[in-house]
Design a protein around this ligand. Structure first.
Ligand code: 4AD
Ligand code: MG
Length: 462
């Protein structure tokens, strides 16, 4: 039996072929006197294949009813095309119709806004733009796995349900099987979690880092790549409630090693996309961001800038630029600051490091000045923060003191502290927001358009 060929392979065929079988969806159809041109797409690439269906086909009357979105299987000869648009086309010998798409198929040939397409997120992958975006998304995950695999990192699966708050920001979704209409109470009136599924409160993870550290302190170099959940009520184009994060963690590494790996990873993944997704990237260059190629080439060919937090604040103050939120030592950098640094000042990605300890997480290593921690963020043009990371506090006493200072429950971190008790070593790591990287390589400006089915405040459809 004839096996199905993918359009991507047929269009690169080394010569004509007597019989091929393609399966896909009709993009357009137009009729001539004795035949019909049908454009088919199967998702294997941006391009369609043109099919010539002659009126001698037994079901030609049905072929003439094929409308956009209908599904078909076509057997025919792959021949060199006379028209200038494509190298090959198919002369159909047999057209099997799986299903007609009625006229109310929403993806007709007209301009549709991103907002509208979000409301039909289950159908939008069949458009050129979203097809391209999600092929790039797949290739980008491969590039990330390849980068770490080639460097000898082990891929670790950290839990999705967790009993600890890694970032200490309290932006977690609770996981429970308790009956919310009828909560069990203890004598003092609080909720009796001993009756809950895990016997204590549980949440969806905001980061796999703490677990990842345990594996780095055993296997050396590890990374995670998994879904991450944040109940931040921020409705921005850069935040999703469910997103994917890549978190490498390296034993025997300091903050400078951490920056080197982050920079190397971003540059090699961008290069991988330039080298492997040319056709899809061209679509984004043409319709989404005309400066995309220059931006990406710029990332690949230039070293990232590096400045301390203190220097970054000073250069913003001296810049004379009016910020909505005034840059002063001690503030958390806002998106406007991040974008100014990357887009306007350095005009390329910049790594800002050594932040005041007050604005960073408990696990970051205290610097000798006792005021700053060895944290680093990678900021990129258009997006702002792409990566957040740090050298970890490996000194048992310093870490315990910090946990207590912050009023966190030390008992919850017993296991974490064990790694500092038994053979502790300097180590460092970072988290890369996968969707932000997707926005970087495609030029897409809203995170909702790089997630297959985005989850954001008040929105959990499909
Ligand atoms: O800076 P964050 O909060 O760092 C951590 O979670 C550390 N535990 C990482 C580590 O050191 N292993 O998050 C890391 C990155 C951010 O830089 C951002 O790119 C992305 O995750 N991110 C989000 N992406 C989409 N939607 C959100 N709500 C995000 N929150 C963070
Ligand atoms: Mg951060």
């Amino acid at each position: 039996m004839l096996k199905r060929s993918k359009i991507v392979d047929l269009l690169q065929s080394s010569g004509p072929k007597e019989t091929v079988l393609v399966k896909g969806w009709v993009k357009t159809r137009r009729d001539s006197k004795d035949f019909s041109f049908v454009e088919i797409n199967d998702g294997s690439c941006l391009k369609n294949i043109q099919v010539i269906a002659l009126n001698t086909l037994v079901n030609y009357e049905d072929v003439k009813k094929l409308s956009t979105g209908s599904s078909v299987a076509i057997e025919g000869a792959l021949v060199e095309s006379q028209g200038g648009n494509q190298k090959y086309e198919i002369q159909a010998q047999n057209v099997e119709i799986y299903s007609f798409a009625p006229d109310d198929f929403p993806l007709q040939k007209k301009k549709m806004t991103d907002e509208y397409l979000r409301s039909i997120a289950h159908l939008r992958p069949r458009t050129n733009k979203y097809g391209a975006a999600f092929r790039i998304r797949s290739e980008l995950s491969y590039a990330i796995h390849k980068f770490f695999h080639d460097k000898g990192f082990n891929y670790v699966h950290t839990p999705i349900i967790t009993g600890s708050d890694c970032e200490g920001a309290g932006e977690m979704f609770q996981v429970t099987t308790l009956d919310l209409q009828n909560l069990p109470k203890t004598k003092d009136g609080s909720i009796d979690y001993t009756q809950d599924f895990f016997g204590k409160p549980a949440h969806l993870t905001v980061s796999g880092q703490l677990n990842g550290e345990m594996y780095a302190c055993a296997l050396g170099d590890i990374y995670t790549f998994g879904p991450t959940f944040r109940a931040e009520n921020s409705n921005t184009p850069r935040h999703a409630a469910e997103f994917w994060m890549i978190e490498p963690e390296m034993a025997f590494a300091d903050i400078y090693d951490d920056m080197d790996v982050a920079e190397d990873m971003v540059r090699s993944c961008v290069k991988h996309i330039i080298d492997n997704c040319q056709e899809d990237l061209e679509l984004f260059e043409k319709f989404v961001d005309p400066t995309l190629k220059t931006t990406l080439e710029n990332i690949v060919h230039n070293e990232f800038a590096r400045v301390t937090y203190t220097q970054a604040i000073e250069l913003m103050q001296k810049s004379g630029k009016k910020f909505e939120y005034k840059p002063e030592y001690g503030i958390d950098l806002q998106t406007e600051h991040e974008r100014f640094l990357a887009e306007e000042y350095f005009k390329k990605p910049v790594i800002v490091y050594n932040y005041p300890k007050e604005i960073k997480a408990f696990y970051m290593r205290l610097n000798d000045d006792e005021k700053t921690v060895a944290a680093m963020d990678v900021l990129v043009p258009r997006i702002g923060e792409l990566i957040g990371g740090s050298q970890r506090e490996e000194r048992y006493d310093v870490l315990t003191k910090r946990i207590e200072e912050l009023g966190m429950n030390i008992k919850d971190y017993d296991w974490y502290l064990d790694s500092r008790k038994f053979g502790t070593v300097p180590h460092a790591g970072f988290g890369l927001g996968f969707e932000r990287m997707m926005m970087l390589v495609t030029g897409i400006s809203n995170i909702r358009d790089v997630l297959p089915f985005p989850r954001t405040p008040k929105s959990v459809n499909f």
